[in-house]
Write a protein that binds this ligand. Sequence first.
Ligand SMILES: [Fe+2]
Length: 249
Amino acid sequence: MEKIKFLKKSDIPFKDEGNGLQRGEMLPGSMEGVSTYRCILKAGSKIHPEKESQRLHVFFFISGTGRIVTPKKTFEITERCVFCPRMDEQDYTFEADTELVYLQLVQTLSEKDKANFEKYHIVLPWFNTLSNWHIYVEGFRDEALRTYSVLPQYYVSRMSLGEVVGPGEARLEPHSHPELYQWFCALPGTDPFHFRADDEEVEVNEGDWICIPNNAEHIVLTDPEKHIDYIWFEMVVPGMECCPFYDFQ
Ligand SMILES: [Fe+2]
């Protein structure tokens, strides 16, 4: 396949990183400057994520309970949630009460990214939970399918994240994004669905990971009686940013 990069959950190359953390890099090299990992933190474990100043992180907690402890505030993990740390306040800890499963999504900052980040970003750390995600509407999707904005565009540089959940009979139409690379992860509770990009198609099950480049026409295909639940992660192609607070490229 040329358009769809696809990694089954069972093929994620987990490595033991110590302190109860298993981490597997998914589809490395899919887009320059982007790294994506699936992580499992054992119940009762505690880790300090690595200190970095040149990369931005989004952590999406899929399942499990625990907390994120930062110098000023503690965020309780009781449901799906997203956390973006401050780059200059890396002294934070993840604590797992039950097994925590999460995605670590990373953007390496170019000089241009750094300049734009200084012009505009949400105050970090950013923490948001399923109960507080807001619903948005897109014309190519039926409103019966709930589409949540988890990390809105340009809050944290070129990254954004959302969740789609609802009945399989909801109307969907193929579409493409000229400025976005996209990744997709099927979440617990979803039925299997098919993902098509241009003339390629894969069956997607819970935990599988997909990447498509910008301009690929894509659609999620489901059986009417099924239920789907997945997240998308997006990254704007450098030079194609459309943020009023950024320099025009
Ligand atoms: Fe899309």
